[in-house]
Write a protein that binds this ligand. Structure first.
Ligand code: FES
Length: 122
């Protein structure tokens, strides 16, 4: 582990299979509120703080978003991959943490599985 990682620890947060695809679990890790999301089988850990005005973003709706399309057409996609903040509706890509319409992004944490336990690295 690199020197700057010496203080990082793996925290058990869930059992494998506990968070089904499309579901989430809020956990407390080392004083932080973190949302553990299952996005189509991939587990994503997100700090429960919106980079806009610090709302509990992990309580927001998970859905899709409009996709680029020609004028006059409306295309919807990425269902289950987009988290909308409950306060002002900013949308974030759960897979990358990036806001869809701004340069700010969610704070993501590494997720690992060992045996039947899911860990978040903080
Ligand atoms: S606090 Fe999240 S969009 Fe404003």
């Amino acid at each position: 582990m690199p020197p700057h990682d010496r203080t990082r620890r793996h925290w058990p947060v869930a059992r494998v299979g506990e968070v089904a695809p499309g579901q989430r679990k809020l956990v407390e890790v080392d004083g932080r509120s973190i949302g553990l999301f299952n996005v189509k089988g991939k587990l994503i850990a997100v700090l429960n703080v919106c980079p806009h005005e610090l709302a509990p973003v992990c309580l927001g709706r998970v859905g899709g978003t409009t996709l680029p399309s020609p004028p006059g057409e409306f295309r919807w996609g990425r269902d289950g991959e987009i988290l909308a903040c409950p306060w002002h509706g900013w949308e974030f890509d759960l897979l990358t943490g990036e806001a869809l319409a701004d340069r700010r992004h969610l704070r993501l944490y590494d997720v690992t599985v060992d045996g039947d336990t899911v860990y978040v690295t903080v």
